[in-house]
Every structure is written in C-alpha cells, then in structure tokens.
Design a protein around this ligand. Structure first.
Ligand SMILES: *[C@@H]1O[C@H](CO)[C@@H](O)[C@H](O)[C@H]1NC(C)=O
Ligand SMILES: *[C@@H]1O[C@H](CO)[C@@H](O)[C@H](O)[C@H]1NC(C)=O
Ligand SMILES: *[C@@H]1O[C@H](CO)[C@@H](O)[C@H](O)[C@H]1NC(C)=O
Ligand SMILES: *[C@@H]1O[C@H](CO)[C@@H](O)[C@H](O)[C@H]1NC(C)=O
Length: 432
C-alpha cells in the first residue's frame, strides 16, 4: 500500500488565520483521507482547539518559553490603539515598526517549526504567513501559501498596497502611496533577510521575500463579487480563489434568542470588533451607548474586557465571546472591524455590514465594501451619532443592497468554492 502524503500547516496562531487553514485541512481530509494526512504546527492550547474542530487533524507541538511570547498578539493590539488617529500611510509605517519589533518572536517560532519539519518530514507545506521563512526554504519541501488576510497582501502592482485605504481606481494615489511607503517596505524586507542570515539559510530571491507568493498553487479567501484579481492575475501568480473561510460542516444552529428579546420590535444588529480589537472596551462602550439611541436590537460580542461593558437596556444581549456563525444566521446586519474572517463570513450569510477598520487589511476591506456597494465604512475615532443613524438606516432599508448581498450569500453557499479549490490543489501536488 502506498504511504499517505503528509501535508503540514504552518500558520500564524490567531483565529483569523487558523480558521481558514482548518477549513482547507478538513476539506482535504473529506476528499482524500485515503491518500493524505494533515498536520498542524501549533502550541498545545491551539492544538486543543483545533482537535475539537476536526478529530482527524494531527499535531506537531512547540511551546513558547516566556509569558511575553504568549501575549504577543494582545500587546500588538494595545500598541496599535494610539495609532488609530493617524492617516493610513503613517499608521502602516508604525505598524511595520511594531511588526519588526516582534521579529524575534516570529524567528523563535520559526526555529521551533524548523526542527519539527525535520522530524516530521512532510511532503508539502501550506503556510499562512505573510512572508517566506527559513524553515520553509531550508527543508527544500515544496510549499505554498494560504492568504487569509485581504488578498492585496500578495502585492500586485497597480492595485492598492495593503493597509492603505485607496480605491482600486485611485491610480495616482496608489502610485504615490507606494513611493511613500518604499523605505518602510524595504526595511521590512531587510529585516526578513536578516532572519535568513542569522539562520544561515539562503533565499533564492525568485519571489520577493516579504510577499506570500509561490510557484505552487496558493489559496486566498475573498468573495468573487468583491475580488480584485482577474483570471490573468490568478494564473500568473498561481492563485486559487475561495469565497469564504467557512466549512459547511462547521456551521452550528442559529443563535437562540431568549423570549423577551425575541418579542421586542426592531431589526437585529450584530456588533463585534473581532478577536483582537474588542479589547478596546471604551470604544465599544461608546458605540453601545450611541446604538441605544436608535430603534434596533443588538447582539454584542463584548470581547476579552467584556465584563466592563454595560448594556443600557434589554435591547442588548451578548457575551464576551459569541459564536459568530450562529449569530450571523439571525442578524439583519453587522457592525464589524472588518478583519479577514468576519468580513468574508458576513458574505457567506448574506449579511450587509458597516466596517470600522482598525489596522492593516481591514482598511482595504472597508474601502472595498463601500466601493463595490455592499456596505459602508466608518471611522472608529471620528463618527457622529447622525452618521451612525444614517448608515444603519441605509443598510436596513435599501432593498437593492439587501437583495444584492443575499444573492452573494446564496451563490457562495451553492458553489462551494472551497472544495473546488482543494481538488485543483490536490491534483497539482499529488505527483510531487
Ligand atoms: C485576520 O483576522 C483575525 C481576526 O480578526 C486577526 O486576528 C488577524 O490578525 C487578521 N489577519 C491579518 C493578516 O490581518
Ligand atoms: C498559544 O498561542 C497563542 C497565540 O500565540 C497564545 O495566545 C497562547 O497563550 C499560547 N498558549 C500557551 C499555553 O502558551
Ligand atoms: C552555513 O551553511 C554553509 C552551507 O550550507 C556551511 O558550509 C556553513 O558551515 C554554515 N555556517 C554555519 C555558521 O552554520
Ligand atoms: C472627522 O470627520 C469629518 C467628517 O468626515 C472630517 O471633516 C474631519 O476632518 C474628521 N476629523 C478628523 C480628526 O479626522
């Protein structure tokens, strides 16, 4: 009997990334469990979470060595908060600095993964990372990427750079923005090169080191109706488009509304600032207080500091963590930060959204939803009661927009692009 191929997932350990990887992994197993097995490189707490999603996953475990390493992502969110009033160019420059200051952490993880790769000897690596790293290259194992963030991170010329909130038609701004960012981007690249030098691994420079591109097929996640890429770009850069990070088998029952709440009049708005940024509790409280002045009902994902959030009246329900897939099935619209997962998840369920972007690709998502006419963006640091009222009313009353968004959801659920992409991917690697 032929041995099963080992496909190993190497992802940033934050829910946006891991969720999409898990969906791809499960789809691979649903279709080819007789031909392959899937592994994840994670720490123990993520392995526990993943095992609950799919008991067929296997794990190669590494652990952090300090408390600081455990808190890297939370600390990043805190450090980003004061940057929110800056222009998107300045914000991105600061963000690059923050990311570079975490390179010791990423390099530490990569060394751990490197030894796990040597031990496991996988046949293929699927990496949800923003760049090439030594562990991927030194092993000589074929690898490609999973892009769970906005696909602009693949950095296609003439399109907006990720993190800059330009429209696709603003060609002049796109050009000048790239020029303005050049020095900062070069600096990021140099710092990635340093990681390779420190590890004595040579990078062949066929692809830019700091861009997730490969000669093999990579996945990205964005609904077709909002996609930036045409067939030509997808072919040139070896990309497989997937509409949504959601695996059908993981969709739970609709959120159960208590009787009192269900009986109240008004449409239902779901509010979440995402797994990282709902820690901005004062901003969330301010939003809640403003929403209280409008005639709707709200389900709030309160986030890690949720105990500090006070609900003004019985039109508000929610917990620190709500199951988003459940809630999206009962919500008429969503107010979100526009991180990669929430953004694509709204479309799966056909729920229109207002996006309050915080950082990175969320700014692109917010711009994109507005320029394609599926929703609105607002500025978390600078919005008025009037603007909030007006945009919510538009989303809840604009029949054309509501219908259009519903249709996207229906198409996504019918077409099952994830399974299709996984099959193309498997065909492309099965003989490697
Ligand atoms: C994607 O979204 C998740 C959840 O909001 C977030 O943790 C993650 O950092 C995002 N990824 C990128 C690359 O922006
Ligand atoms: C596992 O990794 C996540 C993401 O970096 C981190 O938040 C968590 O604290 C880690 N768990 C342990 C036990 O280190
Ligand atoms: C670096 O790699 C080269 C070639 O693989 C090897 O000859 C050299 O000894 C290595 N240097 C160190 C410091 O490991
Ligand atoms: C806040 O928004 C208003 C209206 O869009 C704009 O005129 C003003 O310049 C903004 N203020 C800041 C500080 O960004």
């Amino acid at each position: 009997m032929q041995e099963k191929k080992k496909i190993a997932f190497y992802a940033v350990l934050s829910s946006g990334h891991v969720n999409f990887c898990a969906s791809i992994a499960s789809s691979l197993l649903n279709n080819y469990s007789d031909k392959l097995e899937v592994y994840f490189f994670t720490n123990f707490s993520w392995a526990e979470k993943l095992a609950k999603i799919d008991s067929r996953y296997k794990f190669e475990i590494y652990e952090y060595e300090t408390k600081e390493q455990e808190n890297v992502f939370g600390e990043l969110a805190k450090k980003i908060e004061p940057l929110l009033t800056l222009s998107s160019e300045k914000r991105l420059k600061e963000m690059f600095k923050l990311i570079i200051s975490s390179f010791d952490f990423f390099s530490f993880v990569d060394e751990k993964v490197s030894s796990l790769i040597k031990k496991l000897k996988p046949d293929y690596l699927l990496c949800d990372l923003m760049s090439h790293l030594p562990s991927m290259v030194e092993s000589k194992i074929p690898y490609s990427f999973i892009v769970s963030a906005n696909p602009l991170v693949i950095d296609i010329e003439d399109l907006p750079y990720f993190g800059l909130d330009y429209g696709v038609d603003e060609k002049d701004k796109i050009k000048t923005g790239r020029l303005e960012l050049k020095e900062s981007i070069d600096n990021v690249r140099k710092n990635f090169e340093k990681i390779f030098i420190n590890r004595n691994v040579t990078f062949d420079k066929k692809h830019p080191i700091n861009v997730p591109r490969s000669d093999y097929l990579s996945f990205y996640c964005y609904p077709k109706e909002l996609d930036y890429f045409d067939e030509k770009i997808k072919n040139k850069y070896n990309l497989l488009q997937v509409d949504s990070p959601i695996a059908e088998s993981r969709i739970p029952m609709p959120y159960k509304l208590n009787d009192e709440f269900a009986k109240l009049p008004g449409k239902i708005i779901y509010v979440s600032l995402g797994s990282l940024f709902s820690c901005y509790d004062t901003k969330l409280q301010k939003l809640v207080d403003r929403l209280a002045k409008l005639p709707y009902k709200y389900i709030i994902s309160k986030g890690p500091n949720g105990d500090k959030i006070k609900f003004p009246d019985n039109r508000f329900i929610g917990e620190n963590y709500v199951n988003q897939f459940s809630v999206l099935q009962v919500a008429d619209m969503m107010i979100a930060h526009g991180g990669n997962n929430t953004f694509t998840e709204c479309f799966y369920f056909g729920v229109p959204a207002i996006i309050f972007p915080v950082m990175g690709d969320q700014l692109n998502n917010a711009k994109r939803i507005e320029e394609t006419g599926y929703g609105y963006r607002m500025d978390l640091m600078n919005y008025t009661q009037e603007e909030l009222k007006e945009k919510i009313e538009k989303l809840l009353l604009d029949e054309t927009l509501i219908e259009k968004t519903k249709k996207v959801g229906e198409r996504i659920r019918k077409e099952k692009s994830l399974d299709k992409a996984v099959k193309i991917f498997y065909e492309s690697i099965k003989n490697l």
